[in-house]
Every structure is written in structure tokens, then in C-alpha cells.
Design a protein around this ligand. Structure first.
Ligand SMILES: Nc1ncnc2c1ncn2[C@@H]1O[C@H](COP(=O)(O)OP(=O)(O)OP(=O)(O)O)[C@@H](O)[C@H]1O
Ligand SMILES: [Mg+2]
Length: 305
């Protein structure tokens, strides 16, 4: 469990207030999204969690440890991907990972396994300086997970990645979470993607946490629905009626003779299989998510604060 209680953090001798009484909780085993606009305090919070910064006030507990005074103990159980990692440019990927492994007491066989897992195995003998940004990000992920940490803190792990690599990395993170049984916090701005992997969210705005909790609870609290756009090849009114019989469908708007807008409760999983069947039968030509519900939660939580 990770907990912040009324945490304050300033920079430049108090002139910049980055955190103004942030309080939240992330339970053990959660895969949490840490979400908020630029400059809201995400990176500051993550750095505080690994004891890289000194807080002005408040309490922080990482699995019962205080990261400022028990930094070594916290780092022993935590993997951290910084927002702006700096690597030694001239050494090889293998050399760098061996060095990190030695520091953390991880055997070399584990390094090979992790390198394979994040997809940088074929770059092991290449200099770090030759890696593209996406592969640098994979290297960052490799060093973060090397010692199979109980807690994984990832500051924008999909930044600089192409769309396919982003999905690969997110899938990798959810596999790792299952494998390690770790508690994961991901800060990111890319909500529709994040929605596929997280089960918990912390919303931060202007140095204060405005809401947090399990996604399902937040969704029902805010009455959020996923909005799908369906292009249909059948009579729209009778199809709309049929869809309304599904438990998850909260509303259907007929945009025109070909397009339906369907509002779906994201907690009930009967919509996608139903529409896929309609698509197979040629009654639905195309369907896509118009607004993700994480997007709605974000707008409601951040916008309402
Ligand atoms: N080293 C620093 N010196 C001075 N001010 C800083 C420093 N680091 C962060 N800040 C300020 O603290 C506030 C919070 O910054 P932080 O980096 O935590 O935000 P963030 O939520 O991670 O933003 P982003 O989404 O852009 O990464 C901002 O106003 C930022 O300008
Ligand atoms: Mg940041």
C-alpha cells in the first residue's frame, strides 16, 4: 500500500508550491493510473515515493516505510522509471544492465530473461547511445523491473513510443503486474490506452489529489459511460431497441439512418460480444469508442475541482 497524508512540497525555497496537501491511497496489488494536467505534481509525487526529494510537510508511507528516512529499504522493494532517465551513453546495453544487476544483487540469468521480456535482447551488445527513444524506454523498464520489485513506479512509460510500441509496453506492464503481483503506479496522459490496463486511478490537479479509487467505483460515482459510434446496415430504430435490451446499454441516440451513438455502462461486459456478433452478421459495418469513460472520469474529476 502507498499512502500520502496531507503532503506539501515546494521548490526554490518555497516559491513554487508543487504539492499543496496531497492525500491519497493506492492499495496493494492495484494497477493505478496517476492522472493530471502538466505541472500538477505527478513527477514530484513519484520522486517523493522513492525518497529522491524532501517533503515540506505531511506523511508518506510505502508499504509502511517512510521513503525519506528509509530510502534504502524502499528502493530495495521498488522499481522506478524516471520521467527523464539518464544513462551512460558509451557503455553497451548488456554492460549497463549487468551493472544495475550487480548493485541490486540480481543474477545474470535474470537479466537475460528480463531483456527478452522487454524486447531488447537483440540490442544487448549495442551501445546505449545507439538506441532509439522507444528502445531507451524499454531499457528503462528493464532496469525498473530487474529485481522483481513489489512496487513499480513508472513516470510516463509510453512517452516517445510509436502507437504499436505503446500498446506493447502497456501489455507488458499488465503481464508484469500479474507475474510479480506488484503494486503499479503509471503516470500518463494517454487516457484511452491507459483505460485498458489500469483498475485504479488517482486524479491530481494543481498540487492536490481531487479524487481516487477503483475505476469501477469512480465510474458509478460519476455516472460515466463509454460512448460507442456504430455504423449500421439495417433499420436503425429496431436495432436501437434491440440494443436497449442489453443490461449495459444506458441509452441510444440515432444520429442518422446509418449512425447510432450508444452509451454503455463500462462495468457490464455484454456489449462488445453482442456488437461483434452483429458485425459478423453484417448488420453493423463499423464500431468504435468515441469517448472513453476514463476520459469522462478525468474531465469530471479534474474539471470539477
Ligand atoms: N526542480 C524543480 N524546480 C522548480 N520547480 C519545479 C521543479 N520540478 C517541478 N517543478 C514545478 O512543480 C510543479 C509540479 O511539477 P511536476 O513535474 O511534479 O508535474 P507533473 O504533473 O509531473 O507534470 P508533467 O505532466 O508535465 O510531467 C510544476 O509547477 C513544476 O514547474
Ligand atoms: Mg511529470
Amino acid at each position: 500500500m502507498i499512502e500520502f497524508r496531507n503532503v506539501y512540497k515546494t521548490y526554490r525555497r518555497g516559491r513554487i508550491e508543487a504539492l499543496k496537501g496531497a492525500s491519497f491511497l493506492v492499495p496493494s496489488g492495484a494497477l493505478a493510473g496517476f492522472l493530471g494536467p502538466n505541472g500538477s505534481g505527478k513527477t514530484t509525487s513519484l520522486k517523493l515515493m522513492v525518497g529522491l526529494l524532501h517533503r515540506d510537510q505531511g506523511e508518506i508511507l510505502v508499504k509502511g516505510l517512510d521513503p525519506e528516512y528509509e530510502a534504502r529499504e524502499v528502493r530495495a522493494i521498488t522499481g522506478f522509471l524516471p520521467e527523464k532517465p539518464v544513462y551512460p551513453p558509451s557503455v553497451s546495453v548488456e554492460h549497463f544492465l549487468r551493472h544495475v544487476a550487480r548493485l541490486r544483487g540480481v543474477p545474470w540469468s535474470d537479466v537475460r530473461r528480463i531483456a527478452r521480456l522487454v524486447g531488447i535482447e537483440k540490442y544487448l551488445d549495442k551501445p546505449v547511445s545507439s538506441l532509439s527513444r522507444g528502445y531507451l524506454q524499454r531499457l528503462g523498464l528493464a532496469q525498473a523491473i530487474l529485481s522483481q520489485p513489489e512496487i513499480l513506479l513508472l513516470d510516463e512509460p509510453t512517452a516517445n513510443l510509436d502507437p504499436i510500441a505503446r500498446l506493447e509496453i502497456l501489455e507488458l506492464i499488465s503481464v508484469l503486474k500479474k507475474d510479480l503481483g506488484a503494486t503499479v503506479i503509471i503516470s500518463s496522459h494517454i487516457l484511452p490506452e491507459l483505460q485498458m490496463v489500469i483498475d485504479y486511478a488517482v486524479f491530481i490537479n494543481n498540487g492536490r489529489v481531487v479524487d481516487y479509487g477503483r475505476l469501477a467505483d469512480l465510474a458509478s460515482r460519476y455516472g460515466a459511460t463509454a460512448v460507442y459510434k456504430l455504423t449500421v446496415a439495417t433499420e436503425p430504430r429496431s436495432l436501437a431497441k434491440e440494443l436497449l435490451d442489453l443490461e449495459s446499454v444506458k441509452g441510444v441516440i440515432i444520429r442518422d439512418e446509418k449512425v447510432l451513438e450508444v452509451h454503455v455502462d463500462p462495468r457490464i461486459a455484454d456489449f462488445s460480444p453482442y456488437v461483434e456478433d452483429l458485425a459478423r452478421r453484417g448488420l453493423v459495418l463499423d464500431y468504435s469508442v468515441q469517448t472513453s469513460y476514463l476520459d469522462q472520469l478525468y474531465r469530471k474529476a479534474i474539471g470539477g475541482s
